[in-house]
Design a protein around this ligand. Structure first.
Ligand SMILES: [Zn+2]
Ligand SMILES: [Zn+2]
Length: 139
């Protein structure tokens, strides 16, 4: 269980940092803009984007796996978890369940780059409190 949590933590840290990089002037227009074409996404838009994004953000999944000697079962569960979570967060119709943290990122662009706690920690969260909604899962 600890390995699973550390694996997810490692992925979340990489995703946050890499997502910030994708929003720099250098990478946004060339790479990340394709993911932001949809302002109100559907779960199937989770993987829409430039070809570079998939391998680049997968590093955050592979690095913890390689460093921590994570078992295959834990790795498979973590893979399913991060992908399912990603799809849920891109589904406008499920805001009531998982909140709108990432949905706001799509509509506002310059906030909410990763997990809620990371955005709070680094002060990159949405500052318009009245539009921020947590879902039933507390996300
Ligand atoms: Zn983005
Ligand atoms: Zn997105």
């Amino acid at each position: 269980m600890l390995q699973f949590l550390l694996h997810i933590l490692g992925y979340d840290l990489w995703f946050y940092a890499s997502h910030l990089l994708l929003h720099t002037r250098l990478l946004y227009e060339r790479v990340h803009k394709k993911h932001h074409i949809v302002l109100y996404p559907h779960y199937s838009d989770t993987y829409v984007g430039h070809w570079f994004e998939g391998p680049f953000q997968s590093i955050g999944f592979l690095l913890p796996w390689a460093i921590m000697d994570v078992g295959w079962v834990s790795c498979a569960i973590a893979l399913v978890f991060v992908n399912a979570r990603g799809m849920l967060r891109h589904e406008t119709r499920l805001g009531w369940l998982v909140g709108n943290h990432h949905l706001l990122h799509h509509s506002l662009f310059h906030c909410n780059y990763g997990e809620y706690w990371l955005d709070r920690l680094f002060d990159t969260h949405c500052k318009v409190e009245k539009v921020c909604k947590k879902g039933l899962l507390g996300l």
